[in-house]
Design a protein around this ligand. Sequence first.
Ligand SMILES: [Zn+2]
Length: 341
Amino acid sequence: MWLATGPSRALDAGVNEGQSGSGASPHLCAVPGSPTGRVRLRAQIVTAGPESSPDRASPAVGRAQLPALPRSTLTVPHHCSVEAERAELREHLMGGLTGTSSRRLLAFPGECFVCGLGRSPRTGYIERGSWARDELICVRCRSIPRERCVAHVLQRIRPHWRQLRIHESSPSNRGLSKALRRAAAGYSCSQFLDGVEPGRVVDGVRCEDLQSLSFDDKTLDVVLTQDVMEHVMDPARVLSEIHRVLAPGGVHLATFPWNPDIQCSRPRAVERDGHVVHLLEPQFHGNPVGDGRSLVTWDWGADLFGYAEHAGFALTVVKLPHSRRHGIDGEYRDVFVFSRR
Ligand SMILES: [Zn+2]
């Protein structure tokens, strides 16, 4: 057994500056395969302000501390006001600078961290629906908010990412995946294809199973998973495999829904004798391959830090503040930085 620390407490505290916590919590959760005994956890949550815009107040405050993001404190130089941005949008619409469609499609100008990985970050956003996490689209690169969050964090913690060996599991054909494929010589990607041996290429697509990767030990600098970790059957094994293939100093960047109000992460479905057994009401997310949907197998809670620790990672959760101008909106904007020890 191990003791989970209080990341939710850090969240409640305002997270304007990096905060770390360690200490006792009344909640005990079990990590499959974890050693007995108490494990000291590093529950570090930082915010990374999107201060790249020239009109941001005090940009130097954030920039001065950028390179060591997982280990240092960041400050947020500017909080965007939703009201102010909506007022600005109305002004644009009234002035005819942007338009709406009959489907109440909203459009407004802004800057995109994914586009900014290439050249100019200047772009426009369209809002296709009320679920901003998936429906606030950059008109240039077609990225959605979580991709822009990851791009921002990657640029800040690994500004030399173009020279790194990056592997992405289950990429999309747009936005960040496309930008990395184009700009990083060491970028590779794979999909999980049921029944195909890891490492094999089928119709130009490399197959990998995160629970049994074909990469040699310590051969990658960055492993990227966007909304994958809630779909794996054995997350402890996945983290262990990713740790194995990362070189010392490597990072696993991830996005997935995380609810720190749930103390113990829980499986929603398990695999028994080759069959999926549902433990909770089946939930599905969209999937760019296969039948277009992917079963949610895991609800992540506060003990995520324990899973990271057990696999040999120091975990930092980076929370980007809401910023419509940067297309950062919607639920689950956390970027998880698993730093290999
Ligand atoms: Zn973009």
